[in-house]
Unconditional design. Structure first.
Lengths: 115, 146
């Protein structure tokens, strides 16, 4: 079993729980087990095509899964998963770039600073 | 309904003016009951969107989100939502705002122009991912938030 930490705005969909135990040997399977347990979460974590919404970041033991193996990243008992939203928005004009690219870069920069 | 003091709303408006013509953003912290939220303080966060696009975009990174949740817990508060400014635009969520919005959070948007901040309005995402306006109730200065 793996623990997933739930951020404040999603706790109304997990009956107020801050942590949920999930099953699965990869991050993707574990997150889908979470949405099977709490179906109201699904539309806020996944888009209509079944992909993670752009503001949804998953951390495995404090590392963004994008710098690991994405949803295919293997997990084992005792691992800690965290759902951490990026917060973004803005007025009506179109952005010239995807803000979550910046978020990913920030994670990579932090990672390289730490090493 | 979002309850707060005028002083807090003034801090949000000043933050919007200080960052004009870029968007400013941060978290609102406080306490929540079933239908009411009580904002006790704001936590300004640096807009991490790429320089050059900050006049119409803001970004708070996952790292800032983690740090802010820890700060809120230390204060015995929760993050109730996000405030941000719309320079030269109305205090109405854009489609870009809606696509990236989280449920439950209150989104306080302040319209700001060259001559200063104008109105601030609060919005919440519904379960079918539409925005609905949330009334902002200004508490009397001598009424403590409890």
């Amino acid at each position: 079993m793996t623990i997933i930490k739930i951020p404040t705005p999603l706790r109304p969909y997990t009956d107020g729980k801050q942590e949920v135990y999930v099953k699965g040997h990869t991050v993707g399977v574990a997150v889908r087990d979470l949405t099977d347990q709490y179906t109201g979460l699904r539309k806020h974590l996944f888009d209509d095509d079944g992909g993670l919404r752009p503001y949804v970041n998953i951390f495995l033991n404090h590392d963004d899964i994008r710098i690991l193996g994405g949803e295919e990243t293997p997990i084992k008992d005792g691992d800690l998963l965290m759902i951490v939203p990026s917060i973004a928005g803005g007025n009506a004009h179109q952005a010239t770039i995807d803000p979550f690219h910046i978020s990913f870069q920030a994670v990579r920069n932090l990672d390289s600073n730490a090493s | 309904m979002l309850h707060t003091h005028k002083e807090i709303l003034d801090q949000i408006r000043t933050h919007a003016e200080t960052h004009y013509p870029e968007e400013g953003a941060g978290f609102i912290l406080g306490r929540a009951s079933t239908d009411d939220r009580y904002v006790e303080r704001i936590l300004p966060i640096q807009n991490q969107f790429e320089f050059g696009d900050r006049h119409h975009r803001y970004l708070i990174t996952p790292q800032d989100m983690i740090q802010s949740e820890l700060e809120a817990e230390e204060l015995g508060l929760v993050i109730l939502g996000v405030f941000h400014s719309h320079p030269n635009h109305p205090a109405i969520p854009s489609e870009f705002d809606r696509e990236r919005a989280l449920p439950w959070f209150s989104y306080v948007i302040t319209s700001v122009h060259q001559d200063g901040a104008q109105e601030s309005r609060s919005w919440r995402l519904t379960d079918d991912r539409r925005f609905e306006e949330e009334e902002i109730m200004i508490l009397p200065a001598d009424k403590e938030i409890s």
